[in-house]
Design a protein around this ligand. Structure first.
Ligand code: ADP
Length: 624
């Protein structure tokens, strides 16, 4: 069991937590997205959501009014015309005109107990209303169960009084004082609005059929599908009493009588369309409620799991964006996601009346973004710190290496020079040597020469790496340098029966560092001989091309494999061919050559056909 834990479970677990495990990282992102979404759904957002709610109501296209509701206003214009507040006689004129139009119902929002006039006049009005049996008095007072029904004082006591209360979100929900809800049913009693609407739509008094119904404070409620102000057919009081308007359209409809006197703020409500104190008259609010019920068009919320689904989706996406994408792109993507979601929610409301909670997903974008940004910063900071440390270490190691090589090479040079000196002494000595002894002495001299060359190369490299090389410019004819270097290598070429051919065109003298360039050409010519078979040719050419001095060294040697040509100027690089052959080399010659040529403002390149030969081209600018 213990063994199984150490051999199977532990590696499996550690691989799960390994940096590159994308499944685990994905799971982490999804889980944190879900967790944050669940937390965000606990935040009360009624007041923010109300802003989106109102915006949808304001901007969504509205359907046509049913035409079933008409409004009569007692307003300032009326008072100008009637001089004083209308008395019983004026009410009589109004009601007789309205009754003559045969509406289905007349609802007065102006209380009958406010009507002034003589007893006779009031009685005359009461008789008219009683005979027509069309009038209802609306009140905003609720009658709790058990209490006596509300009654008007005589002579209007027969007029039914029905509750039609406005509601505000003052201390509940959005707490902004805006009216968004209607009351449908309270303590076994239907409110006036559903009763009136049921004249045209029986669903209005069927709780199971009413759209968007919800229980709130022991009352059945629903949201109002507000229409913009002025959507209903409206008349001013004297237009009716003076018979100025054709009222035939009111037949079989509902008439609401109310005031708009700019006197009492209680007569007005704030609506999603207008948040000013006098946003809408109570009369028009009642018309909106009745209209909503006639059409059964209450905005209704979508189930909570759908809201949660969208919040989770957007949270997970945001976590992913914050942790994975470049900030600029990420923000752009999140902004488009937010815009698409808003448009989607708007379209759903416009086409179906369904309300998707918009605050949670949008809040998720902000909160998740700000929650995860510090996390990402920490991760990135750690990464760059690690890179920095690694870089520091590497450059430290590189410095140590260069110093070490330099020191070593320098210390090797002295004993080597001594060996060479001693060999010369022995060679020039008087004592005759056997052929074996002479051969041994030649090998010692050759080996120490090779070693010295190798050490010089390494020293050059160490110098470049530590403090660079300075040019000692002298006006020089490149051809003379080429001749000098070639001469030095003639012996080596002869040993391999290689023909070293020089084709040099006359050149202008240029300012160069002859020592460095001699090293360059020497390396190229030596390589050409080194990597060529016996009895082949090495061609050295020089000419002037477009303001450049061009030197080419071509051989008929083993060549360089195609995929390695681009690397041959790298330090310590040796091709597979070279490494597998007995030919010795440090892999530094071409690196130094390139460095020295570029120091002169020139360029060097190689072309090669494996098995056929190589050509190295050095170009030096004539004017520098
Ligand atoms: P080395 O000391 O190994 O010659 P160089 O830097 O001078 O180092 O050359 C790097 C490598 O390039 C050599 O090891 C060899 O593989 C290849 N190379 C250079 N010159 C030639 C050439 N003329 N023909 C074929 N290969 C060459």
């Amino acid at each position: 069991m213990k063994k199984a834990f150490y051999e199977v479970l532990l590696p499996a677990l550690s691989s799960l937590f390994h940096k590159d495990n994308s499944i685990l990282r994905m799971a982490f992102r999804v889980l944190s997205g879900i967790l944050l979404a669940l937390l965000i759904h606990k935040v009360p957002v009624d007041n923010i959501e109300a802003i989106f709610y109102d915006w949808r109501i304001r901007t969504a296209p509205t359907s046509e009014v049913s035409g079933r509701v008409h409004l009569i206003f007692l307003n300032t214009k009326t008072l100008e015309k009637t001089v004083s507040y209308p008395d019983a006689n004026s009410f009589y004129d109004l009601y007789s005109s309205l009754i003559a139009a045969s509406p289905r119902r007349i609802v007065s929002l102006i209380s009958f107990d406010r009507i002034e006039g003589s007893k006779e006049d009031k009685q005359k009005l009461a008789d008219l209303i009683k005979k027509a049996d069309l009038v209802t008095q609306a009140t905003d007072q609720l009658t709790p169960k058990g209490e006596p029904e509300l009654k008007l004082p005589p002579p209007f006591e027969f007029i039914p009084v029905r509750t039609a209360p406005p509601t505000w979100d003052r201390n509940v929900l959005a707490k902004d004082g805006v009216t968004r809800r209607m009351m449908l049913f309270y303590q076994d009693e239907w409110m006036l609005h559903p009763i009136l609407a049921a004249e045209y739509n029986p669903e209005a008094i069927n709780l199971s059929r009413l759209r968007g119904r919800f229980e709130f404070f022991e009352a059945e409620q629903a949201r109002i599908a507000f229409l913009p102000q002025g959507s209903f057919s409206t008349f001013e009081w004297t237009e009716v009493t003076d018979g100025l308007k054709d009222l035939s359209d009111m037949k079989d409809d509902i008439i609401l009588i109310g005031d708009d006197l700019n006197q009492d703020s209680k007569q007005y409500v704030m609506t999603p369309f207008d948040r000013s104190v006098k946003g809408m008259t109570l009369t028009e609010l009642h018309a909106n409620i009745i209209e909503t019920l006639i059409k059964n068009s209450s905005p209704y919320p979508l189930p909570d799991f759908l809201n949660l689904f969208f919040t989770i989706l957007i949270s997970v996406l945001t976590v992913h964006v914050v942790l994975k994408m470049k900030p600029g792109k990420g923000i752009l993507l999140l902004m488009s996601v937010a815009a698409t979601f808003v448009l989607f929610a708007w379209l759903i409301y416009s086409t179906t009346g369904a309300m998707l909670v918009m605050t949670y997903p949008l809040l998720a974008i902000f909160l998740v973004y700000y929650f995860f940004i510090p996390y990402r910063l920490i991760v990135e900071n750690r990464k760059s710190w690690e890179y920095y440390q690694k870089h520091q270490l590497l450059s430290e190691v590189e410095k140590l290496k260069t110093n070490f090589i330099g020191m070593m090479s320098h210390d090797l040079k002295t004993p080597l020079a001594r060996i060479q000196g001693m060999t010369d002494v022995i060679a020039q000595g008087m004592t005759p040597m056997s052929s074996i002894q002479r051969e041994a002495l030649d090998t010692i001299r050759q080996s120490s020469e090779d070693l010295l060359k190798f050490i010089s190369t390494i020293l050059n490299y160490a110098q470049i790496e530590s403090k660079g090389v300075e040019l000692n410019l002298v006006s020089k004819d490149i051809n003379s340098l080429l001749k000098e270097v070639s001469k030095k290598h003639e012996f080596l070429a002869k040993l391999k029966h290689i023909q070293l051919i020089l084709e040099l065109e006359p050149l202008f003298s240029v300012n160069v560092d002859p020592d460095l360039l001699k090293q360059v050409f020497s390396n190229l010519i030596e390589n050409a001989i080194k990597y060529s078979p016996e009895n082949s040719k090495v061609l050295v050419t020089s000419e002037e091309v477009d303001g450049w001095i061009q030197v080419q060294i071509s051989d008929q040697g083993m060549g360089i494999p195609e995929d390695e040509v681009e690397n041959i100027f790298s330090k310590f690089f040796r091709s597979k061919n070279a490494k597998s052959s007995p030919i010795k080399g440090s892999g530094l010659g071409l690196y130094l050559a390139k460095y020295f040529v570029e120091l002169h403002g020139g360029r060097i390149q190689a072309e090669s056909s494996p098995g056929l030969g190589s050509t190295f081209t050095v170009e030096l600018p004539i004017q520098k």
